[in-house]
Write a protein that binds this ligand. Sequence first.
Ligand SMILES: Cc1cc2nc3c(=O)[nH]c(=O)nc-3n(C[C@H](O)[C@H](O)[C@H](O)COP(=O)(O)OP(=O)(O)OC[C@H]3O[C@@H](n4cnc5c(N)ncnc54)[C@H](O)[C@@H]3O)c2cc1C
Length: 456
Amino acid sequence: MMGDWKTRSFWLEQGDYTPGERLDGDETADVVIVGGGFTGLWSAICLKEADPSIEVTVLEQKVVGFGASGRNGGFAMTIVGRNIHQLAKMVGDTRAGATYRAMHTAIGEIEDFATSEAIEADIWRSGNLTVSNGPEQDVRIRQDLDAAERMGLPFTPLDADQVQAYAHSPTFRIGHFEDQALILDPAALSRGLADAARRRGVRILELTPVDAVEDIGGLRVEARTPFGTVHADRAVIATNAYAHSIPELRRFIFTIYAYITLTEPLTAEQWERIGWESRCGIEDKRILVHFSRRTADGRILWGGRDAPFMSGGPNERHDRNQRLFDRLEETFRWTFPGLDDVAMDRGWAGPVCGTVDCIASVNWLRGQRILYALGYAGHGVGPSRLVGKIVRDMLLTDGTELTALPFVAKKPVPLPPGRVLRRLLLDTSHKVLIGVDENPERADRALGRFALRVLQ
Ligand SMILES: Cc1cc2nc3c(=O)[nH]c(=O)nc-3n(C[C@H](O)[C@H](O)[C@H](O)COP(=O)(O)OP(=O)(O)OC[C@H]3O[C@@H](n4cnc5c(N)ncnc54)[C@H](O)[C@@H]3O)c2cc1C
C-alpha cells in the first residue's frame, strides 16, 4: 500500500511523509495502543506525561492519521453529544456543564501543546460560528443558548446582522458564536503528535495491522499482528469505526461516512464578496450538519449533508462518491450564490464511528485489561484530547473527576441485535433524518415528528 494513504484527503497529501518502522518480531510493553489517530496518540502522550517510566507502544495499520484523524474538517470544538441542549437533556445540566468546561480546558491544551512542541498544523483560535438556515434551526440555536446560559457557558447569541458580519449568505438567519474553538490541519497535527509522542519515548509502529487483542487469563494482553505480537499489561482499542470488527463494540457503534468537498483557492476579491474575513469555522443546525472553513491556501472546505449510515465497518470503496460530492456542491452554491465562478477542486470521505447518543465511550472490554475509547460520532478532534486524559486516569488511578464524565459514566445505547434489524433501523433513521433536514415543513409525518421529539 506504499503511498496509498496520500490519496485519502487533501491534508494527508501535503508534505513529504515517510512512514515509521513497523513491528518486526515479538515485543513487550506496559500499554499497547491499537490505532494511530488522535485518540491513540493523545492517550500515549498523556500516559507518558503522567509517568515517563511506562512503556507505551502504538500499533497503526497504515500511517498515523490514516483514519478520520487525517481526513476531517479540522474543527476542534467543545461539542459533545449532538449539542449542549441535547447533552443537558441526556445527562442533566450539572454533568453537561462539567463536560463542556472540561472541553474548554482540552481545546486550550491542544493549542498550548502544539505551540510548546512547535507542531506546524496551521492552528487558528478562530472560534466557531453556528448558523441557522431555517425556522426549525432557529429553534435549535435558541435551545443551545438557553442551555449555555443556564450553565454559565460562553455562547454569544447573534442576530441576523451579526451573523452576516461574519459571512454573507442569503441562507444564514440567526446564530451563536463560541470563542473556544480552533481550526487546524488535522494530518499535520496527527504527525506532530506522533513526533511529540516519540520524543517522550512512545514506540509508534506503522504499517502494522493488529489482527486480534486477547486477554490472557486476566493476567496480561497480547496484540497479535502478521509481523509479531506485543505482550503487554494493558491494551487500549483506539480504532474508531474500525472497531466494528469487535462483536462487543459492534453492539453500540455503526459507521457513518462523512464527505468533504474543497474549492479551488479563492481570489481576494472573491473572499471580499462573501465578507468571510475571519477564519472562523461555520456549522449549520441541520441534524446532518454542513460545516465549512477556509484553508491556509485560501480554499473553502465544505462538508457534511448526507453522511450515509453503514451497518458494516469502514470500506474503502466509500472513500469517493461523485453523487454525494455533487450534492454537497449543490448546497455550497445555494449558500454562497455569489461564488458561482468558484470551481470545486476535489472531494474525499472518511469513516466516523457513530453512536446513537453521539457521545464517545471509554470503558473496559472483557475484564480490566482492555480499554476501548471511541464513538465521537463526527466530533472527535477536540474531545480526543480529553479522552486521552480519561484513558490515562482509567489506567493509572482509581478514578478522577474526569472518569465521572459521561464518556465513562453513561452507558452506550445498544443497537438492535441481528444484521437485518440493525440495517433496517440505520436505513430508516437515515432516511427520516434526511427528510427532516431537506423538507422540514413535511416533518409532520409520524416518524419525522418522533425524530424531532428525540433530537430537539
Ligand atoms: C470527513 C470527516 C470530517 C470530520 N470533521 C470533523 C471536524 O471538523 N471536527 C471534529 O471534531 N471531528 C471531525 N470528524 C471526526 C473526527 O475526525 C474523529 O472523531 C476523530 O478523528 C477520531 O479519532 P480516532 O483516533 O478515534 O479515530 P481514527 O482517526 O479513525 O483512528 C483510528 C486509527 O486506527 C487504525 N486502525 C484501525 N484498525 C486497526 C487495526 N486492526 N490495527 C492497527 N490499526 C488500526 C486506523 O488506520 C486509524 O488510523 C470528521 C471525520 C471525517 C471522516
